[in-house]
Design a protein around this ligand. Sequence first.
Ligand code: TXE
Length: 482
Amino acid sequence: MQKILNYINGELVEPNSKKWIDNIDPATGDVYSLIPDSDSSDIDSAARAAKDAFPAWANTSNEERYRVLNKLVELIKENADELALAESIDNGKPLKLAQKVDIPRAWQNFEFFATGIMHFASESHNMQAANTINYTLRQPIGVVGCISPWNLPLYLFTWKIAPAIAAGNCVVAKPSEVTPMTAYLLSELAIKAGLPKGVLNIVHGLGHKVGDSITRNPEIKAISFTGGTKTGEAIASIAAPMFKKLSLELGGKNPNLVFADCDYKKALSTSVMSSFANQGQICLCGSRIYIEESIYEKFKEDFVAKVNKLKVGNPLDSDSNLGAVVSKDHQEKVLSYIDLAVEEGGTILTGGKKLELDGECKNGYFIAPTVIEGLDNNCRIQQEEIFGPVVTLTPFKNEEHALELANSSQYGLSSTIWTQDLNRANRIANKIDAGIVWVNCWLHRDLRTPFGGVKNSGVGREGGFEVFKFFTEPKNVCIQWS
Ligand code: TXE
């Protein structure tokens, strides 16, 4: 049975506890590898290694950091097939999705931030009359913590560690214990790339033990976290009194507004994707679909017809549109929400149940893509993040009504607007509670743009120079000359 190892101080090592956690393939329900059951002592070793490595790494030139990180780009590309297969088996997502999205985005993250650090500069402010010049230094923080979730494992793991390292920090990172495999494979590539020991440390294990230890460790001065809002709250409650910098990318319950004047064909097909990609396990999925009442019945009929054509199957089969959800616990959580939807008065238009496949996937965790209508906008199904293949359809009367429905949420991560009226698109984009607004598209990502949400979707922004500002400390130096 393969044992995943921690990566501490440049070495692949077992957890101090010598204890292991079963790693399950969600498409088969089988245990297929073992995960280190690490604890605070492993985090202490990782934080010490990072602290020891920091002075030298902080003093490397941006060009040197570019070169080392770019080697990782090449190694991820060379090993893309192995990484995609590992991601699909670990997460349950279709292999073709891992090949097309997850792994390319992993090397793009390294490429983007390796080149970005060559252009990241800081400002100066000239006090002409006083013969004084101010310049701003942007210095790396030191040892930083990166904690990532299970939905886009390597994609979101590298989205954090690449800018942190490029900016000159040393990292103690924790991938989700639900999907640790590709982070482990990345540590092997980091060794091959010649990343100096201690610059990146990856410690596997349970969130309330290893993640919590990262948050509490006094050597770790900033935490970049992506995951559930509740967990974000727990991290903030510990880190805030320690005055650690915090970047929290949390849950979402994103509205998808479909106006009658939309490009109907594109709105329909993209809405199927934004509803069920990655089994609906993307924080950017548009799980609340609001449709202008004049086209509601037609859209509902066409949407359900398209959803019924989606194939839920073995993630390794090229014709599977949806694979397994990530774990048995998560399958039960999503199914419980579907039961609740019926209790709250919803009508299930399609799906609404777990699927039992035959063959090797007979014990896998599959759920039929589910579409529900007839729910009050304030009910739990419309308010809580389900994070599975479940969407709701709700009609709206007009623009004001659409905005009111969209904004009646504790979340504010992303939103999608389908209309050909650019005045309306800009009016709504201006007023909607969201950090990201897509108009006539979904999930188009320019890595230079600020990424993150408002309200309970988190604090801070990732992406572009925003994340370099997070992973550096600005220092103003003011010099007067005679
Ligand atoms: O997140 P968790 P999970 C949402 C979605 C999902 C929910 C839970 O609603 O159902 O979060 O998903 C570590 N201190 N999103 O289980 O539990 C944990 O080990 C420190 C939205 O992935 O928050 C893992 O590495 N760390 C999100 C990471 O935190 C802790 C994407 C995330 O785990 C910890 C994924 C603790 N006390 C889920 N407890 C998005 N916005 O993209 C756990 N962890």
